[in-house]
Design a protein around this ligand. Structure first.
Ligand code: F6P
Length: 534
């Protein structure tokens, strides 16, 4: 499939002209004054997620041109190729079919395999959840990257549905400070370890799995077969480790797209098969929206196009995510892998250097915590960082007063970013803490907010398994959209390989007895190695 890269299209040139004439200087306050219908015309409803896109630095013309850009770049054909199972991950020669993992039986490629594993997985999860007969009280997921971040994000998000008698633990880091405090709280007889690794070769996971197995035996554990299970595509390696209960998946499931597969076992155990099915159904509803809605009203597409607009025209290099729901505390970390591992690339599909910026830095913390840390920079710093607020209308806790405060803060932050405060307004305020030696104008300047800072607000009715599934799929397809326009491969991750290879060369130098062998090393690494070995 040959499509032009975004920067060679007619629409791109038109967008450049539009940016120079209207885009760069668009003032949100004026735009709202000019157009009372702005909120309605720039809001979108997708399954489970309402999006207010009106506080972004764009207008209907920008949206039209960006949508034309998507058409010119063949976004629909690329999307359809992915959904049909074409090998669009060209550098690994693989299809990209995470959407098949949440498709109803018989409606997508590999349906029998997918539903066969899901059926077994759900049976197993329900057996574990029957704590009276399973005896399991603690479940430890050992995995990293995509074999950790999805379940680690979803389990707290769905805490309202969690099994009250089972505590979930997540161990990912090869640093022993991760597993040590977890093991300290466990007993072998009531603990289940899930060794989650697509490849079953990842150093961190294999090392932690070995520590867990040794701990289990040292503590008098007898039945490894019953207390260790695997989620992997590499059933042979799992068997060699001594695991005989395994839940498989396939090479067409990317690690960062795998929570819907066997990697979701901790989720199924935590919330049960019925709620896991609802998570899948929510994602599937978003898949349908992505596949069928016109580009203009297609939420993942429009979010991806905004990302291109911000990265390549406004040249914003980061985006902050602020979920005003504590259950989504790990969403920023999850999105970091999803977006930055997918689109953090500097060559196109043909290996040619890309002459424009790609993945932004994605970062954030739950609101309101972020407000008391880095929001200062978002409001008054020298860089503009688009912010993405996520709020829910109905909480799953009983504290209406707390919820109202959280929502008021969420709305206030996007309002403050947009409205700002002029120096004149600041001059009119009392400044009780000002030093006597500072002039009024100086103080007012410190209290001035430039405003016109963009944000998106995503609203969910309630954070349920269904809406969470839709929200995650929304992000997946948004990343697909920007990656497709940039003409890169969103589904490989060669950038993690070099560090892995060098680590395996350094490990024997660190563990060898005697003085540090620094031969052939750069002076900095040699110096550090010598200090560590001293
Ligand atoms: O960090 C690279 C990576 O391959 C990720 O893409 C993946 O999610 C993670 O490592 C874990 O890999 P595995 O599931 O094979 O252990």
């Amino acid at each position: 499939m040959e499509f032009p890269r975004c920067d060679t299209t007619v629409a791109w040139a038109a967008l450049q002209g539009h940016f120079a004439a209207h885009g760069r200087d668009l003032d949100l306050r004026e735009a709202f004054n000019r157009d009372p219908g702005r909120f309605d015309s720039l809001s979108l409803q997708a399954p489970g997620v309402f999006a207010d896109l009106s506080k972004n630095l764009w207008d209907l013309k920008t949206r039209k041109l960006l949508t034309e850009l998507a058409q010119e770049c063949g976004l629909e054909a690329r999307r359809d190729a992915m959904l049909a199972g074409a090998p669009i991950n060209t550098t690994e020669g693989r299809a990209v079919l995470h959407t098949a993992l949440r498709a109803p039986r018989g409606t997508a490629p590999f349906s029998d395999e997918v539903h066969g594993v899901l059926d077994r997985l759900f049976d197993f999860a329900e057996q574990v959840r029957d704590t009276g007969s399973s005896g399991i009280r603690h479940v430890v997921n050992i995995g990293i990257g995509g074999s950790d971040l999805g379940p680690q994000m979803v389990v707290p998000a769905l805490d309202a549905w969690a099994h009250p008698g089972i505590t979930m633990h997540f161990v990912s880091n090869v640093d022993g400070h991760d597993i040590t405090p977890v093991l300290r709280r466990l007993r072998p007889d009531n603990t289940l370890f899930i060794i989650a690794s697509k490849t079953f070769t990842t150093q961190e996971t294999m090392a932690n799995a070995a520590v867990a197995r040794q701990w289990f035996l040292d503590q008098g554990g007898t039945d490894i077969d019953r207390h260790f299970v695997g989620a992997t595509t590499n059933l042979t390696a799992a068997a060699e480790f001594g695991i005989h209960i395994t839940f498989g998946f396939w090479d067409w499931v990317g690690g960062r797209y795998s929570l819907w597969s066997a990697i979701g076992l901790p989720i199924a155990i935590a919330v049960g098969s019925e709620h896991f099915r609802a998570l899948l159904a929510g994602a599937h509803a978003m898949d349908r929206h992505f596949a069928e809605a016109p580009l203009k009203s297609n939420l993942p597409v429009q979010l991806g196009l905004l990302d291109v607009w911000y990265r390549n025209f406004h040249r914003f290099s980061s985006r902050s995510v602020a979920p005003y729901h504590q259950g989504l505390k790990r969403l920023p970390a999850y999105l970091q892998q999803l977006e930055m591992e997918s689109n953090g690339k500097c060559v196109d599909l043909d290996g040619e250097p890309l002459p424009f910026g790609t993945s932004p830095v994605v970062w954030g913390e739950p609101g309101t915590n972020g407000q008391h840390a880095y929001f200062q920079m978002l409001h008054q710093g020298t860089d503009v960082v688009p912010v993405e607020f996520i709020a829910v209308k109905h909480p799953t806790h009983p504290h209406a007063d707390l919820h109202a405060k959280a929502l008021a803060n969420c709305l206030a932050q996007s309002q403050a970013l947009m409205l700002g405060k002029t120096t004149e307004a600041a001059l009119g305020e009392a400044a009780p803490t000002a030093s006597a030696s500072l002039g009024k104008l100086t103080v007012a300047r410190h209290r001035t907010f430039p405003g016109n800072r963009p944000s998106t607000t995503l609203l969910l009715d309630t954070l349920t398994p269904h809406t969470l599934g839709a929200l995650i799929a929304l992000y997946e397809h948004r990343v697909f959209t920007s990656g497709a326009l940039w003409g890169l491969n969103s589904f490989d991750q060669w950038g993690v390989e070099l560090g892995k290879a060098l680590a395996s060369q350094l490990l024997p130098r660190l563990t060898a007895s005697g003085a540090a062998d620094t031969r052939g090393l750069d002076a900095s690494t040699a110096g550090l190695l010598a200090r560590l070995k001293d």
